[in-house]
Design a protein around this ligand. Structure first.
Ligand code: FE2
Length: 376
């Protein structure tokens, strides 16, 4: 029997008002995009894709587009003394400006979110070149971070109109990175629920999990976290805020150095974390190190795993288990000069969680780094 139109109106909407196809790209504002691009190519195995700058008729900025499987990074630096890119870099250091989300309809995405209270950064606009058309729109999120909605179904070019293919002679082999698993935002004291509410109300996300200071604390420091996910689970944004501890938490250190809320880490997925981390370490990427004693008891906690423990121990890879399986993960040291942004490498073997069982060992490792920086 078909429901009457009246009935359909009162049935809760199962339709996702902001369907997201995935992470489109992540744009960092940085002090020297040319050298950052070289770092992400050489050390991380990203491949050069596209370029915009003086040679393409852009006078005030330069952007390099890099890709590894489904992960696209854009590195942008200003070519002029003033303006928003410089202001961003001056205030925050190198960091993520745009978390761009891939959508079918950037106009509808903008309307649905702004009508629910999102602050517009720019209205839907059409960009065209010989490869077709793209529609972009954008809204503000925490700090000075922006969500750009990218509609590219009528576009066949490599990145966006205005960019030219970039084919330098130098290419380093990829390291097996596949896609963005999740991206974490750090927000200020008492702001976590504001942003959890933003993702729920404005973007239609649901809360997956929450951690409080009892879950995530050591003798010295603490934080709280809630994980927000969109309807199809392709976009997951944990939101952290600092919690009171005897010493300064890593979130507070981030907020101090970033001068506000921002993206703390980008978790990138691999199908073989041993190979990926071996390659990254060989190319100079630095990871946090937990004490060797972590491996004395880890299998008691997580049970049987497919991998040999020895290479995991050698590389310092962490293991955790939930009801659905287990995961392997490892965190880099900050990849920028300020102790702010870092990466996580993650391989999921069924687990859908975020490594709660590793938090204590991990935060103690971070505290040792903070101690060295004099910021604990
Ligand atoms: Fe993470």
């Amino acid at each position: 029997m078909n429901a009457s139109p009246e009935l359909e109106k009162v049935v809760p909407q199962a339709e996702d008002f902001l369907p997201l196809l995935g992470t489109d790209h992540i744009e960092l504002f940085c002090g020297n995009a040319k050298q950052s691009a070289h770092y992400y190519m050489t050390a991380w195995g990203f491949q050069p894709v596209a370029f915009a700058g003086l040679e393409t008729g852009v006078k005030d900025r330069v952007s390099y587009v890099l890709r590894q499987d489904k992960i696209t990074l854009v590195l942008t630096t200003s070519l002029v003394p003033d303006g928003p890119i410089n202001e961003h870099v001056n205030k925050h250091g190198d960091g993520v400006k745009n978390v761009a989300l891939w959508v079918d309809d950037a106009t509808k995405s903008w309307k649905e979110t702004t009508s629910r209270g999102a602050v517009s950064v720019f209205e839907p606009k059409v960009l065209e070149d010989a490869n077709g058309r793209v529609v972009l729109s954008a809204i503000e999120t925490y700090g000075e971070t922006v969500h750009v909605f990218v509609e590219r179904k009528d576009y066949t070019g490599e990145f966006l109109p205005g960019y030219q293919p970039w084919n330098p002679a130098f290419r380093a082999p990829e390291v097996g990175l596949k896609f963005v698993d999740h991206m974490v935002g750090n927000v200020g004291w008492g702001e976590m629920n504001t942003w959890v509410d933003f993702y729920a109300r404005v973007m239609g996300f649901a809360q997956l999990i929450s951690f409080d200071d009892k879950d995530i604390s050591t003798e010295y420091t603490a934080l709280m976290s809630k994980v927000m996910s969109n309807g199809n689970g392709r976009i997951k944004f944990p939101i952290n805020e600092p919690a009171e501890g005897r010493k300064k938490s890593q979130i507070e250190e981030y907020i101090d150095f970033y001068q506000g809320a921002g993206v703390q880490h980008i978790a990138v997925a691999t199908d073989n974390i041993i190979e990926t981390v071996t390659a990254l370490r060989d190319r100079g990427v630095e990871f946090l190190q937990v004490p060797a004693t972590y491996y004395d008891t880890v299998l008691d906690r997580v049970g049987t795993i497919d991998e040999d423990l020895e290479p995991l121990k050698e590389l310092g890879i962490l293991i955790d288990r939930d009801d659905e399986g287990y995961l392997l993960q490892l965190f880099t040291k900050p990849v920028v000069d300020r102790p702010t942004m870092f990466f996580e490498i993650i391989q999921r073997k069924g687990a859908k969680s975020f490594g709660k069982g590793n938090f204590k060992a991990l935060f103690e490792a971070i505290e040792r780094e903070q101690e060295n920086r004099g910021t604990l």
